[in-house]
Design a protein around this ligand. Structure first.
Ligand SMILES: Cc1ncc(C[n+]2csc(CCOP(=O)(O)OP(=O)(O)O)c2C)c(N)n1
Ligand SMILES: [Mg+2]
Length: 599
C-alpha cells in the first residue's frame, strides 16, 4: 500500500543507482529517491487501480518488470505459454469485474497472447494484454529488429481498444485509458503496447507520481430510460407464454439477488445459458432447462438478460424457435436487456430493448413489479413442468446405468454428485461431448461457478481458466476436460503444481477428438486424423511435477479419486477412461459441421 500512498502524495516509487529498487518503502526511502522509471510507474499505476495480480510469461523486455512487480507485492503468476496466461487474465476479469492483466514479451509472445485477447473481446471479458515491443524507429522502417512486429496495428481489430505509450510520463494515462476501455460499457479485451525503451526511461519521482491516475468510477452505471422499462414490462405482463433467458452478461453483472427476485416475483420460467448456470440454482423449480426444446419454439415473449441472439441461440429464428424453415422467424416478441445499444436487432426484431447495465435495468424493472403482478398462465407452467419431469426421469434412468467401459453419463453422474456436495467449487469445462454432456448433467448451485468455452467454443481455455479461478477465488477448482481439449493447455499442470493450486483435472478420455475408434480409411500406417494414442497415461504428466495422478476406469474409482483430491486440495489429475465409441462428431453441434458429399 505504501506505493499507492506515495503515488497519491505525488511521489512515485523510484529507482536510482544509490537506492535498492525493490518496493517503494517508508517515508525515508521515498525521500531518498528522486527519480522513477517506466518499470516502477507501470507497477504503481496498476496498484493504484487495485490490480493485484499479473498473469504472464517473462522475457525481453519485461523480465525485470515481472521481478519488480512481485517485489512490489503484486501476485505474479508465471505460465508456460502466453495463451494460457491470456485466458487466465480474461476469466479473472469475468469473475471479478476488474480487468485481468496478461503480460507478454514482444512478437511471438504477443501473438501467443492475442488469441486470448480476441476471445476476451468476443466474450465481453475485461482484460488488458500488456506486451513489450521492439524499437519503434526500427520497426517502422522494417529494418529487422529483434522480434520486430507492428503489434499495435495487429491487435487493433481484435481488441475493444488499443494504445501505445512512448513516454514514461504517459504511463498513468495509458493505464487509465486501458482500464476504462476494458470495463466500461460492454467489457472487452484491451491492448497496451509498451516499447522496450519505455521501461528504463527515468523521470522525476514527484512528477511521475503526479502523472498517475486513479480511475474514478471505471464502470459507471448506465440507467435505463423509464420509457424503455415500461415498454418491456407491458409486453411481459401481456404474455401468455413468457420466458426469460439469462446470459453470461447477467452472471458478469453481479446483480445476483435482484435477478433471482425478478425471476421469482414474475414467476416466469427461465433458461440459463451455459455460464449463467447457477445464477439461480439449476434445481430451481422455474428452470426450464430440461424442457429447452419445448419452450424456445412455444414462448410468445422472450426476455433476454445479458444474452445475445448469436449462434448459441440459433440467431433467434429458424426451427429451434418454431420457424418453418431454418431461417424463418418463429413469431416471438423479444425484450432485450443489454448494456450495448447496438445489440438490439442484430438478428431479429427486438420489440423492447432495455439499454443499461444489467444491475440497473433489473432493479428498475423490479420497481415496476408489484404484488399484483400476474403469474404466467397455469397451462404454460404445467406444460413445461410435464416435459421437464419426463426428461428428468429419462436422464435419471440413463445416469443410473453402469456400463463397462464407463461412458460420459456414468462418469458425469459422479461429477454431478461431487459438485452438489461442494457447491462452492468452480467447474471449468471444455471439449465437445465432454462439454455438452457436462453442461446438461452437472447442476450448478451458485453464480459464476461454471467457466467454459464461451461464445467461440474455443479449446484451450482449460488450465488457464482453472489457474485463474483458483488464484482469484481460493476455492477448489474441478476442470472437466475432453482429452483433446486438455492437450491445448496441458503443460500448465506444471504451473498448477508450482503454485500448489487446489485444481482437480478430470480428463474424460475417449482416445480422441469426439471419439477414438476411427481408423485410417486407406489402411496406411498413419493414424486417423481424429484419433490419439490409445490409453494415454495423462496422469503421469501431473506426477512429473509432484502432483497426484490417478488412472480410473469405473465411476466408483472416479468418485474416490475426486473426494480425495477435494479433501487434500492437492493438484490432481484423474485420467478417466471413457468408452472410445461414446461420442458424436462435434457433440451437439453436428449440424454446423460441413461434410463432403459421399462419392
Ligand atoms: C482452438 C480450437 N481448435 C479446434 C477446435 C475444434 N474442436 C472442437 S471440440 C474439439 C475437441 C473435442 O475432443 P475432446 O476434447 O476430446 O472432447 P470429446 O468430444 O472427445 O469428449 C476440437 C478439436 C476448437 N473448438 N477450438
Ligand atoms: Mg475426446
Amino acid at each position: 500500500m505504501e506505493s499507492i500512498t506515495a503515488a497519491r502524495k505525488g511521489t512515485a516509487s523510484a529507482a536510482t543507482v544509490a537506492v535498492p529498487d525493490i518496493t517503494s518503502g517508508g517515508q525515508a526511502d521515498v525521500q531518498a529517491r528522486q527519480e522513477t522509471d517506466g518499470f516502477h510507474l507501470l507497477i504503481d499505476a496498476l496498484r493504484l487501480n487495485g490490480i493485484d495480480t499479473i498473469f504472464g510469461l517473462p522475457g525481453i523486455p519485461i523480465t525485470d518488470l515481472t521481478r519488480k512487480a512481485q517485489a512490489a507485492g503484486l501476485r505474479v503468476i508465471s505460465f508456460r505459454h502466453e495463451q494460457n496466461a491470456g485466458y487466465a487474465a480474461s476469466i479473472a476479469g469475468f469473475m471479478t469485474g476488474k480487468p485481468g492483466i496478461c503480460l507478454t514479451v514482444s512478437a511471438p509472445g504477443f501473438l501467443n497472447g492475442l488469441t486470448a485477447l480476441a476471445n476476451a473481446t468476443t466474450n465481453c471479458f475485461p482484460m488488458i494484454l500488456i506486451s513489450g515491443s521492439s524499437e519503434r524507429e526500427v520497426v517502422d522502417l522494417s529494418q529487422g529488429d529483434y522480434e520486430e512486429m507492428d503489434q499495435l496495428a495487429i491487435a487493433r481489430p481484435l481488441a475493444k481498444a488499443a494504445f501505445r505509450v512512448l513516454h514514461a510520463e504517459d504511463i498513468g494515462v495509458g493505464v487509465a485509458r486501458a482500464i476504462r476501455a476494458a470495463v466500461s460499457g460492454r467489457p472487452g479485451g484491451v491492448y497496451l503496447d509498451l516499447p522496450a525503451k519505455l521501461f528504463p526511461q527515468t523521470m522525476d519521482a514527484e512528477a511521475g507520481g503526479k502523472s498517475l491516475i486513479e480511475v474514478v468510477d471505471p464502470a459507471p452505471r448506465q440507467i435505463p430510460s423509464g420509457e424503455a422499462v415500461q415498454r418491456a414490462l407491458e409486453l411481459l405482463k401481456g404474455a401468455a407464454k413468457p420466458l426469460i433467458i439469462l446470459g453470461k452478461g447477467a452472471a458478469y453483472a453481479q446483480a445476483d439477488a435482484d435477478i433471482r427476485t425478478l425471476v421469482e416475483k414474475t414467476g416466469i420460467p427461465y433458461l440459463p445459458m451455459s455460464m449463467a448456470k447457477g445464477l439461480l440454482p439449476d434445481t430451481h423449480e422455474q428452470s426450464a432447462a430440461a424442457a429447452r426444446s419445448y419452450v424456445l419454439p412455444e414462448a410468445d415473449v422472450v426476455m433476454l438478460i445479458g444474452a445475445r441472439l448469436n449462434w448459441l441461440l440459433s440467431h433467434g429464428k429458424g426451427k429451434t424457435w418454431g420457424g418453418k424453415t431454418s431461417r424463418e422467424w418463429g413469431g416471438q416478441k423479444f425484450i432485450q436487456v443489454d448494456i450495448s445499444p447496438q445489440e438490439a436487432d442484430s438478428n431479429v426484431r427486438i420489440d423492447a430493448p432495455v439499454v443499461g447495465d444489467i444491475g440497473s435495468c433489473v432493479s428498475a424493472m423490479l420497481a415496476g413489479i408489484d404484488a399484483k403482478w400476474p403469474k404466467p398462465p397455469a397451462e404454460w407452467l404445467n406444460a413445461i413442468a410435464e416435459r421437464k419431469s419426463r426428461n428428468i426421469t429419462k436422464m435419471a434412468e440413463t445416469l443410473a446405468k453402469n456400463p463397462t467401459p464407463m461412458n460420459f453419463h456414468s462418469a458425469l453422474n459422479v461429477v454431478r454428485d461431487i459438485i452438489k456436495a461442494n457447491p462452492d467449487a468452480i467447474l471449468v469445462n471444455e471439449g465437445a461431448n465432454a462439454l455438452d454432456f457436462t453442461r446438461s448433467i452437472v447442476d450448478m448451485y451458485k453464480p459464476r461457478k461454471r467457466l467454459d468455452v464461451g461464445t467461440w467454443g474455443v479449446m484451450g481455455i482449460g488450465m488457464g481458466f482453472a489457474i485463474a479461478a483458483a488464484v482469484v477465488s481460493g476455492e477448489q477448482v474441478i476442470a472437466v476436460e475432453g482429452d483433446s481439449a486438455f492437450g491445448f493447455s496441458g503443460m500448465e499442470v506444471e504451473t498448477i503444481c508450482r503454485y500448489k493450486l487446489p485444481v482437480c483435472v478430470v480428463i474424460l478420455n475417449n482416445n480422441g477428438v469426439y471419439r477414438g475408434d476411427e481408423v485410417n480409411v486407406t489402411g496406411g500406417r498413419d493414424p486417423a486424423p481424429l484419433g490419439f494414442t490409445k490409453d494415454a497415461r495423462y496422469e503421469k504428466l501431473m506426477e512429473a511435477f509432484g502432483g497426484v495422478g490417478v488412472h480410473v476406469t469405473t465411476p466408483g474409482e472416479l468418485r474416490e479419486a475426486m473426494e480425495v483430491a477435494i479433501r487434500s486440495h492437492k493438484p490432481t489429475l484423474i485420467n478417466a477412461l471413457i468408452d472410445e465409441k461414446a461420442g458424436t462428431e462435434s457433440g451437439r453441434i453436428t449440424g454446423l459441421n460441413p461434410t463432403a458429399k459421399k462419392t
